[in-house]
Design a protein around this ligand. Structure first.
Ligand SMILES: [Zn+2]
Length: 270
């Protein structure tokens, strides 16, 4: 069987893509990318993502409110989120993108309130949750450790991980999956690459965060015609990652595919 890649975090509904999502998906599929964890950033995305997931079996919808979008939250969003998630097909859905960001315009207190509420819904429904964290590692670890000691954590992935090797180990001990983006291919960021190399294989995921992280697309340096990041770029990340871990790309891709399957399978307790 040919190699199957998964893009563990992206935003196919994003208006910044210059082509319709169908074309972006077809381009990705042509290089072997067949599964996409498509994340919302605000409530206005939810129906668009559900629609995309109905059209493309490879898309798993993640619905939530991003820390940059906490001001967009309208009263009653928690109920509507739980309701929309329970209307999803048997192929499932998750919560995302949520989290904490030191550089977001709204204060951390408000972000923390929305994040804790989304973590609570994920725990209630035992749904996978995709977390964004920028320079708020202590606050994140405290929140997750509190939840783990209380009623327990839902399946958690940390998207586009950028923390230290110590933080990675603490998250991994809590059962979190650690997802890396094209940023590990940046030759100036050897610290992040070293953290990637030390991440246990069974905790790894890979993603593009497309259309974001254009700056991290390696081919962009030599080709100024590249104006957006897209899921087909994840294939190069798998090749790079496999080489760094001294693995055959097919075995490496299978491992990550299986990690994602465990993460999203509600019948398997982690
Ligand atoms: Zn994102």
């Amino acid at each position: 069987m040919s190699i199957r890649f998964l893009d563990a975090h992206l935003h196919l509904q994003d208006e910044r893509f210059p082509a319709p999502a169908d074309q972006i998906i077809a381009r990705a599929e042509s290089v072997g990318v067949h599964r996409f964890f498509c994340n919302a950033t605000r409530e206005a995305d939810w129906q668009d993502i559900m629609e995309l997931a109905r059209k493309h079996t490879g898309i798993m919808p993640f619905l939530g409110i991003h820390p940059w979008q906490v001001d967009s939250a309208v009263t009653g969003w928690e109920e509507r989120l739980a309701e929309t998630l329970s209307s999803c097909s048997s192929s499932g859905a998750g919560i995302g993108e949520t989290g904490l960001d030191k550089y977001a315009s709204s204060g951390l207190q408000m972000q923390q309130k929305l994040f804790a509420a989304q973590l609570e819904i994920a725990a209630d429904l035992f749904l996978p949750i995709c977390i964004h964290c920028v320079r708020c590692w202590k606050m994140l670890l405290d929140t997750l450790e509190r939840q783990a000691a209380g009623r327990g954590l839902p399946p958690v992935m940390i998207h586009s991980f950028s923390g230290s090797v110590e933080t990675m180990h603490r998250l991994q001990q809590l059962g979190c999956l650690i997802s890396y983006s094209l940023r590990i291919m940046n030759t100036r960021n050897t610290k992040l690459l070293n953290t990637f190399k030390q991440t246990p294989l069974e905790a790894l995921l890979l993603e593009t965060d497309a259309p974001d992280q254009l700056h991290a697309v390696p081919t962009r340096q030599s080709d100024s015609a590249i104006t957006y990041n897209e899921p087909l770029n994840v294939a190069a990340l798998y090749r790079f990652g496999a080489e760094q871990r001294m693995m055959h790309v097919k075995d490496f891709a299978n491992q990550i595919w299986n990690n994602a399957t465990i993460f999203t399978n509600q019948t398997l307790a982690r």
